[in-house]
Every structure is written in structure tokens, then in C-alpha cells.
Design a protein around this ligand. Structure first.
Ligand code: PBG
Length: 347
């Protein structure tokens, strides 16, 4: 036995911490918070154990719970009291996110990020407004109650890109006016970062950064979130605006465009199945990179743990650590609170 290189020398308990390359810290994590204008009570989200939709009156209390664990940042999602074709409650001054953010920022020190999108606010559930042909088709489908069966095949049902930009920009500005520290556009509308940057600058918010969902894939891992935020498309899917899971080079184009338009933080979503994209972006740009450990990634670990097949705490930590290792600086995750608690108690 004559080999000099024995990596196992550096794996004793004494030296492992000294040579570990990656660390996970509560301050790397962002906790999602769901605020629901349709309820007076907290409502558990079935497919996301431990998470709830909270009424506006509980928004501050919910964020205080997050802060208690050592996590310092939240991303706020809203479920509006009503929906319409233009998603008008997304940019209403008294909208659910706007009201919640006003309270949270007045009453806590949390760093507050808001998700900027229309899908929770449009009655058709898409991330932008529909073409006029699409609106008519949608009305017809809805009237005839054949949405489920036939709408998917209707070529008229598409989301308009450019007219959506103005609404996204208005939404971002209304969030900034409510006190948001950062806005995070997630609609995959071409030009969204530029439009939002311009809107924010014109309104006097040139200091508010944009975290772009730059490489957001059309993923089946968003299922539980769509239950949580009531944002599933009423017909069809999002494949005409979110990215094809088959594509990696295209992610670099998407990111380059967002960087050009002024994105401050670059996000990849989902996380675990797209670590190659996290790494590629890390190597190409100096901007902070965020990974979104999405609802399906959370739900699948919980489901396996419930069956006793996986140790939840350990797989949660390992998942997040792998995102750091791939190059993420920050991670948006439903595990934020539980992992932060594990880290602080040294479990
Ligand atoms: C809104 C949005 C979605 C998610 C974050 N922002 C839903 C979607 O694009 O369908 C998904 C988050 C998750 O699954 O945890 N556009």
C-alpha cells in the first residue's frame, strides 16, 4: 500500500471544521411569508407543513416569529381580496401586500422583500395581462365552463408582454411606497427589470434594489406554492414565458439581459434541480446570486420525512448547504426558520 495522498487525513473531527469550504448561516436565508386578505385567522397550508397564510393583522406577528429564529429577511406574497383581468389589486395602495408591508416595516427591523407579479391577482391566474383576443376567448371559455377541457388548446390565449410592463412597474413602486426594502419581479416578462428600475427611479426610489427572478424555469416544483398563494393558471401553463427546463445556455442570456437592465441580485429558481445554473451564473457575474428553494422541494422532503424515510433536519440543511456550495449567496427557503433554529442550537 504505497500512496501518499490520503484525503481521509483531513476528515477527523478535529480538523473537519478547519477545512470545511462552505458555511450556512441564518443571515443567508430569506423566509417567505404569505399574507391573505380573505381571512381573519391563520390558515395552515396543507402541502407546506408548518406554513400558514396569515391575515394582514397578523403580518407583523408572523415576521416577528421569523426574526426570533435569527433570520433577518422575509419575502412577502399576497393573496388579494378579489381578482380581475388586469390584476389591479397588485398595485393598489391599499392592497394586501402594501398594507402588510406598511405594518411590518413600521413595527419590525426585518429586511422586507416583495414578490412582484400579477399571477396571484389576475382572475385567469397568469403572470401578465392577456391579449385582447385572449381576453375574449377566456371570457368565452369561462362562460361556457369549458376552461379546463379546451382552453389549453386555444392558440389565442397568450399573455401580452409589453402592456404588462407598466403594471409590474406600478406594482413595484407601490411596494416601495409602502416601505419595501427590495423588490423581486418574478413574472418572466421580457424587459421587466428595466421597466421596474425606471419606475422606481422616476418615483424617487433609486436606492431600492431589484432582485430579479432572472432564470425562472417552468417547473412542476411550484405546485404547493400555487395552492398556498392561490396562483395557479386557470388555463394552460406558463411555458410561453417561463424557461424550458432543458435549457442552460438560455439562462445566461436571460441573466445578461437582466444585468444590462440593472438587476442587483440574480436569482435562480427552483434551487436543487438547477444547481448547474447557480454555478454558471456565479462564475460569470460578480453580482450576488440567490437560489429559491421552492415549495415542491420543501414538500417532498417533508413527505419523505413523514414516512420516516429521511431525516428532515439533516436533508434540509444539506439541501441549503449544497446551494451555497454551488455559489448562492442567499437562499429563499421555507426551511429558513427551522434551519436557523438548528444552527443556533447546534443541532
Ligand atoms: C409568482 C411566484 C411563483 C413562485 C414564486 N413567485 C409561482 C409561479 O411562478 O408559478 C413559486 C414559489 C414556490 O414554488 O415556492 N409568480
Amino acid at each position: 500500500m504505497d500512496f501518499t495522498d490520503r484525503p481521509r487525513r483531513l476528515r477527523t473531527d478535529g480538523i473537519r471544521p478547519l477545512v470545511s469550504e462552505t458555511t450556512l448561516d441564518a443571515t443567508d436565508l430569506v423566509a417567505p411569508v404569505f399574507v391573505d386578505a380573505t381571512t381573519d385567522e391563520r390558515v395552515p397550508i396543507e402541502s407546506m407543513p408548518g406554513h400558514e397564510r396569515v391575515p394582514v393583522a397578523e403580518a407583523t406577528a408572523r415576521v416577528a416569529e421569523v426574526l426570533e429564529t435569527g433570520v433577518e429577511a422575509v419575502i412577502v406574497f399576497g393573496i388579494p381580496e378579489s381578482k380581475d383581468a388586469e390584476g389591479s389589486r397588485a398595485y393598489a395602495e391599499d392592497g394586501v401586500v402594501q398594507k402588510a408591508v406598511r405594518q411590518i416595516t413600521a413595527e419590525t427591523d426585518a429586511y422586507v422583500i416583495t414578490d412582484v407579479c400579477l399571477c396571484e391577482y389576475t382572475d385567469h391566474g397568469h403572470c401578465g395581462i392577456l391579449t385582447s383576443g385572449a381576453s375574449e376567448s377566456w371570457e368565452r371559455h369561462r362562460r361556457d365552463e369549458v376552461v379546463e377541457d379546451h382552453a389549453e388548446d386555444d392558440p389565442n390565449l397568450t399573455v401580452e408582454n409589453d402592456p404588462t410592463l407598466d403594471l409590474l412597474s406600478k406594482t413595484a413602486v407601490s411596494h416601495a411606497e409602502a416601505g419595501a426594502d427590495m423588490v423581486a419581479p418574478s413574472s418572466m416578462t421580457d424587459g421587466m427589470v428595466g421597466a421596474i428600475r425606471e419606475g422606481l427611479d422616476d418615483a424617487g426610489f433609486s436606492d431600492i434594489p431589484i432582485m430579479s427572478y432572472a432564470a425562472k424555469y417552468e417547473s412542476a416544483f411550484y405546485g404547493p406554492f400555487r395552492d398556498a398563494a392561490d396562483g395557479a393558471p386557470a388555463f394552460g401553463d406558463r411555458r410561453h414565458y417561463q424557461m424550458d427546463p432543458a435549457n442552460a445556455r438560455e439562462a445566461m442570456r436571460e441573466v445578461a439581459l437582466d444585468v444590462e437592465q440593472g438587476a442587483d441580485v440574480l436569482m435562480v429558481k427552483p434551487g436543487l434541480p438547477y444547481l448547474d445554473i447557480v454555478r454558471a451564473i456565479r462564475e460569470t457575474w460578480d453580482h450576488p446570486v440567490a437560489a429559491y428553494n421552492v415549495s415542491g422541494e420543501y414538500a417532498m422532503l417533508h413527505a419523505a420525512a413523514e414516512k420516516g424515510w429521511l431525516d428532515l433536519d439533516e436533508v434540509a440543511r444539506e439541501s441549503l448547504l449544497s446551494m451555497k456550495r454551488a455559489g448562492a449567496d442567499l437562499i429563499i427557503t421555507y426551511f429558513a426558520e427551522s434551519v436557523a433554529e438548528q444552527l443556533s442550537t447546534g443541532r
